[in-house]
Write a new protein. Structure first.
Length: 617
């Protein structure tokens, strides 16, 4: 397929029925049609371009999704690139997928367009295909026409890469090099890899844009694809009948790091994608990290990053293990009340972290401590001790890494169930599942403000049990949905009344109206002290009148009530809505504790279309 000529832009925009293509915000009044966005990109001011580029990014690649609009939009972007109106054009701040405007300085619009093309194309790359087939066992996902249409563009997009990867502007060069990585995965372009991949790698390695880190990591894989066959430790190790519980028990009992890494390799292959030599960091990178930190890393930490330091899917998405670049020190100079440590993992809200005490760094496989966020509410015999000394969670770094990888597998599993059960009922788990060989956390003595964690395993399932003072939490993680259903069937009825989380229904939930709650109507929320919830965040209120929102909630059997603005008592109308000038909240209890998000101010005009109380809406 030849590269579209710029003169084709009008035809592409006019002959495509953009309104008929599936996309995340097709019916959103704030998102203009794609031809209007293109016009504003080419002719608007810098601020207008920045705003419309952000909307364009969301419309064609929202949260890494692939939609009917994505492939046609990529063709339009390919045509846009040579347009002289992009010469010198800048967008303000980030204005890229996943970034707000203030995250980055101004940059060339052409570089942003190339980076958006890379972002969309890499969502249909070979690793995505492998994950769909191996992890989710859903070949139909990669057979979707929109998915295949994007992959069919790769051969044509090679000419786009060649047009821009030697541009004088370094940001344009780097974005074009990133686009080259998923493009060169196309089997039709295999003959170009030996020439182009080393040059692409050199461009990406010269100035590592954190946005393009994934491209640099995938380029490492391409370097091995054109090299000698992989063998030895990196050959496939998946075996029928591999017993995860027995393997972990044996590795922990032997206190052998090498055996722990074998378990990690097996787990990656069985549950996700096998590890390859391109997934590890080089000795040069390890030495550079040590120079930055001013210390040599413990052997276990070096082995971790040498084995899988580039695998963000294994390092984590919930409470991620730090990358080599993310490892950092907490010292008495900045935090005099905290234990000095090398931080290796961070909770996603920043409330706690896991690290290695500086006094333990001489050990090959040192203990890992957690620094909690209990603060003045600490229940330890010596309040504040959890922060000043840290709580030892596991006696070995390699054990803590394995535990973190198991925990992060929730994101990549075929299905996950969460439940809270009475503490006294938790022992029913032990006869039907095998306790994993990892020691329980934390290391004794127990701390009343630190949750105890134990792991169990069954056929293609993992069970994470948390014990609080008055209740227990269970997370069931299934490699396959049948395995998850079989595990649920072994536990008491009623423990898991809701459907499991799956990658498929997660996307469906994102498209539903949120759980808007109007405080003062429902007693449970009216008693909720907003000072005790986990977080309060501002998010956009959904499009539509309150009546439309409530109707959507009723259809999904979701509770809703409204919170008075600034603590005022609610003065509801006949339809049950507040009279106006009220804050609207979203209550999320999916994880067993309340999270409240403030959506925005309820306006009197939102009453339009409401029915009197007691009548159907």
């Amino acid at each position: 397929m030849a590269t579209p000529n710029p003169s084709e832009l009008h035809d592409l925009l006019e002959q495509t029925d953009w309104a008929d293509l599936d996309c995340p915000f097709r019916d959103h009044e704030d998102f203009p049609p794609l031809p209007v966005m293109v016009d504003r990109l080419l002719n608007g001011s810098a601020s207008e371009r920045s705003h419309v580029f952000g909307m364009l990014s969301e419309q064609i690649n929202h949260q890494g999704g692939v939609y009917e609009i994505t492939a046609p939009a990529l063709l339009v972007l390919a045509v846009l690139l040579p347009d002289r109106r992009l010469d010198g054009a800048q967008i303000l701040g980030g204005a890229t997928p996943g970034q707000s405007g203030g995250d980055r300085p101004s940059r060339p619009l052409r570089a942003a367009v190339l980076e958006l093309m890379w972002s969309a194309l890499q969502e249909a790359d070979d690793l995505t295909v492998e994950i769909c087939l191996r992890r989710h066992h859903r070949p139909e996902w990669v057979e979707e026409p929109s998915f295949q249409q994007i992959r069919a563009l790769r051969q044509m997009l090679l000419s786009v890469v060649l047009d821009w990867w030697q541009d004088p502007d370094p940001q344009v060069r780097q974005a074009a090099a990133a686009l080259a990585v998923p493009v060169l995965e196309a089997p039709e372009l295999a003959e170009h890899r030996s020439t182009l991949v080393p040059q692409v790698h050199a461009i990406l390695a010269a100035d590592r844009n954190p946005n393009l880190r994934y491209a640099a990591e995938r380029c490492e894989r391409l370097r091995y694809v054109i090299g000698p066959p992989v063998s030895g430790d990196h050959a496939t190790i998946l075996r029928q009948g591999f017993d995860l519980g027995a393997a972990v028990t044996a590795a922990v009992a032997a206190d052998d790091q090498a055996e722990i890494w074998k378990v990690v390799r097996w787990f990656a292959e069985a549950w996700l994608v096998p590890l390859g030599p391109w997934d590890g960091c080089s000795e040069t990178e390890l030495v550079a990290a040590e120079a930055r930190l001013g210390m040599r890393l413990p052997t276990a930490l070096r082995q971790l990053h040498a084995l899988l330091g580039r695998r963000d899917d294994l390092l984590g998405a919930i409470h991620p293990l730090e990358s080599l670049d993310g490892l950092h020190l907490v010292t008495a100079d900045g935090f005099p009340d905290q234990v000095e440590r090398l931080v290796i993992r961070t909770e996603n809200q920043g409330g706690r972290d896991w690290g290695i005490r500086l006094t333990d760094l001489y050990l090959d496989d040192p203990p890992v401590v957690m620094i909690g966020d209990c603060g003045s509410s600490c229940l330890a015999s010596t309040p504040g001790d959890c922060v000043s000394h840290g709580v030892t969670m596991l006696e070995r770094t390699s054990w803590a890494v394995l535990e973190a990888i198991l925990d992060e597998s929730q994101v990549h599993a075929a299905g996950v169930h969460h439940a809270q059960v009475p503490l006294g009922e938790l022992p029913v788990v032990e006869p039907v599942f095998t306790q994993l060989g990892l020691p329980g956390q934390p290391v004794p003595p127990a701390r009343p403000c630190v949750v105890r964690i134990d792991w169990y395993t069954g056929t293609d399932v993992l069970i994470r049990a948390e014990r609080w003072a008055d209740r227990a939490g269970l997370t069931l993680i299934g490699r396959t949905l049948p395995a998850l259903e079989a595990a649920v069937a072994k536990l008491p009825d009623g423990w898991f009344p809701d459907a499991p989380w799956t990658p498929e229904n997660h996307r469906e939930r994102e498209m539903k109206a949120p759980k808007v709650v109007r405080r003062g109507t429902l007693a449970d929320l009216s008693r909720l002290d907003l000072r005790k919830v986990e977080e309060v965040q501002d998010v956009d209120i959904p499009t539509g009148t309150m009546a439309q929102i409530v109707a959507a909630l009723d259809a999904h059997h979701l509770a809703h009530t409204a919170a008075p603005a600034e603590g005022r008592a609610s003065d509801a109308t006949d339809c049950g809505c507040p009279r106006g000038d009220e804050d609207v909240y979203y209550l999320d209890t999916e994880y067993g504790y309340p999270i409240v998000y403030r959506l925005g101010r309820f306006q009197p005009t939102d009453h339009q279309g409401c029915a009197p109380a007691g009548e159907p809406r």
